[in-house]
Design a protein around this ligand. Structure first.
Ligand code: SF4
Ligand code: F3S
Ligand code: FES
Length: 254
């Protein structure tokens, strides 16, 4: 019938500590991990804390680690596990636990606020903006982000290094800086804001050593490393080695 009793270990606890609890829960054909978590909550663990909204991989709320791999619970089919396999569900490791599977992701909102927004070009009214399709396509890929923060959770720069959090914005937000720096209409430079300089100095681009773990876990399959982080590094390097910039700095030093 496609129904079986699955074995699960779910992390229960809060900021003060916790442990893995074992449960046996009914699993039906076609279900995803979030269905089982909801059944567990309805039948045995009524106070189990879990965050979710859409069950369609679009709200970015149900991020967790399943058998150690960062994933969306609503997009992880139970059929990827063997029926006799114990499925372990733990909260994202990089962010502080609120309770059970719910973490406090405010680190990410703080990093988002540190990035100055798009600066519209002076003298152009809405409706007069023109962009090539190639430029539109580039930022469209980055705009698919659902802010699940799985990439932020996975990047080794912060995953086990609380001390790096102050200096490093993480892949999702470096991608945002890249998007703005590549945007042909962004006029931040006219206001004295050098996005390439801030990428390096304020958002910690130099910490990224392009391991691509962020890209591997992105549920939207955004090519974060290849299309945002590496190009941004190249743009930062261009700025540093641009002969005119170099000459300018030599002249200023004299
Ligand atoms: Fe999630 Fe991908 Fe956005 Fe990172 S870039 S927050 S993994 S959707
Ligand atoms: Fe981290 Fe992704 Fe760079 S995992 S090191 S931000 S390529
Ligand atoms: Fe919305 Fe999983 S519940 S992404």
């Amino acid at each position: 019938t496609g129904t079986y009793t699955g074995r699960f270990r779910v992390w229960r606890g809060d900021a003060g500590g916790g442990s893995l609890q074992e449960y046996q829960v009914e699993v039906n054909e076609g279900e995803v991990v979030l269905d089982v978590v909801h059944r567990l909550q309805a039948t045995q663990a009524h106070d189990l804390a879990v965050r979710w909204n859409c069950k369609a991989g679009k709200c970015g709320s149900c991020s967790a680690e399943i058998n150690g791999r960062p994933r969306l619970m609503c997009m992880t089919r139970m059929s990827v596990f063997a029926e006799d396999e114990t499925v372990t569900i733990t909260p994202m490791r990089t962010f502080p636990v609120v309770r059970d599977l719910v973490t406090d992701v405010s680190f990410n909102y703080a990093k988002a606020r540190e990035i100055p927004s798009f600066v519209p070009p002076a003298g152009l009214a809405p409706g007069e903006y023109r962009m090539s399709q190639e430029d539109v396509g580039r930022s469209q890929e980055f705009r698919k982000c659902i802010e699940c923060f799985l990439c932020q959770n996975t990047c080794h720069v912060v995953r086990d290094h609380e001390e790096n959090k102050a200096a490093f914005a993480g892949p999702r937000f470096l991608m945002r800086v890249a998007e703005l720096d590549m945007h042909p209409l962004d006029s931040a430079a006219a206001t004295g804001l050098d996005r390439r300089a801030t990428a390096q100095d304020d958002h910690g681009l130099g910490y990224c050593n392009i391991t691509k773990c962020c890209t591997d876990v992105c549920p939207e399959n955004i090519r974060i490393t290849d299309n945002a982080l590496i190009p941004l590094k190249e743009r930062v390097a261009d700025r540093k080695y641009d002969p005119l910039v170099w000459l300018g700095s030599v002249i200023r030093r004299r």
